[in-house]
Design a protein around this ligand. Sequence first.
Ligand code: F6R
Length: 600
Amino acid sequence: MCGIVGVIGNPKATNILIHGLERLEYRGYDSAGIYVQGEKSYLVKSVGRIAQLKALLTPEVQGMIGIGHTRWATHGKPSEENAHPHTADHGRFVLVHNGVIENYQEIKDHYLADDTFYGDTDTEIAVHLIAKMTLESGSTEEGLRQALKIIKGSYAFALIDQEDPDTIYVAKNKSPLLLGVGAGYNMVCSDAMAMINETNQFVEIHDMEMVLVHADRYEIKNLAGEIIRRLPFTAEIDAADLEKGTYPFYMLKEIDEQPTVMRRIASEYFAGEEVEVAPEILEAMKESDRIYIVACGTSWHAGWVGKFLFENLCDLPVEVLLSSEVGYRLPLLSQKPFFIFPSQSGETADTRQVLVETKRLGIPSLTLTNVPGSTLAREATFSLPLLAGPEIAVASTKAYTAQIAVLACLAKAAGEALGKAAAQDFDLKHQLGLVANGMEEIFTEKDLLEQQAYNYLTDRRNAFYIGRGPDYYVSMEAALKLKEISYIQAEGFAAGELKHGTIALIEEGTPVFGVITDAVTASHTRGNLQEVESRGAHTYVISMKGLEKAEDNLVLPRIDPLLTPLLSVVPAQLIAYYATIQRHLDVDKPRNLAKSVTVE
Ligand code: F6R
């Protein structure tokens, strides 16, 4: 995680760095720092958010070159000593880093036994190693290259040598990094959003490459020192999409954007009434005998709904796997597997590890991502966009529903290619329009949901979401939303499984939210709700028109049974949001988290 920025050749370097860091704050927010060099040099660091760093900046902190960092701690607690930039050789070398250096202890013992360190980070060891190699080789470029040959792990580095203020030295392996090309000045950043106010021209940097960034040019090289030519691409990001507008939090804005996203997917994935997915993808899926959906967190939850869709529309068996569990130990695979990686960010390290492994085995893969140029999009055999627009709040909302909608398009297209009647008869385009309308109908109940969040969750330490089948999949996501932002310990549970042990946790007043949209299991889930109610639980029912009872707390508009998760998740997102507001917590930046998880 962590975000890095750099700029060279612009007298407003400080402003550009700070604005870039504000845009990258979603990547980590426990400490931050910048280094700026003009006639003098300034190193300013602070624990906490960018706002705290900003408060420390005095007007003279200005220069033409600088680097900055916002941190999500991996090695060493959040403190000023551990905040980046880190320095070596009495401040001559200044480094920011996103990633994890795996062999930092070996490097410290073997190469830097006599050095003194101020903090506990792997990055401080890296900058000391670069300094040592530079002093030995007589060139910063060569010193960095030598250091990269020793360092193992993930990194996006931006380095300044105080004695060479015409260059930012950059290197990348596994962690995201882009070069931004401005008019007479250049930038580096973890994500194009950071610099989109300055330019829409970006250059990809690949793993094991170094870049010498100057104000008016850049040189990309491999570790053998050979020059690589690569032209910029245009980033299609609308700067206005990155603003909160009149919303108090991004999360609420992103929840509200979901109907637009559904309509966008219905329009972009269909040509007239025909679903459109690249024929090569469908061919690869047709040839496979089993689909593996591999992801983390919310994306993993969307993967479960994907399984439901593929099994119903394509008649293909599907396994849903957690990336972090299978990255180094794949399960026994079928003869002709096809892997799908849903990932909002397209940068998740755990998921990438599985992709690396499938590539090694020659297995075809497809990334579904919200960030088209991301690592997972580039490295998979195929990729499809989620079209959700930038998602800034750490808790994912619109990317989850976009993943389900795109998985539905894919399942329909693959099912049709396989000649399956269920896929041919499924009027997905029309249904996505109904989903969008249904979401808007749920939004008219925001006041009620706010009140219910208050009634059910005030002063509660724990809560449950329960359901069966698709309602269970949504329950897992609903519980994650609630716990990650409100810090109420919440579990998403298979309704029928409670009585096999977990029901012991139910006590007087425990909130249990039941999701009931599946006709096949509705009466059984209602039975399970009665079981917990008779043990003191405070039950809440989200049901669907046609399956509702007069006493249900919220009744969703009716929708095709294959798509109910797209609606049933929305009240849960809003309940989590309101419960968090009622606790006076920062909805968009929950503690200990970061949006893009680029460490394993
Ligand atoms: C929770 C959340 C996370 C992510 C997970 C995977 O709201 O956002 O659980 O879903 O870290 O991230 P991506 O989808 O970027 O691979």
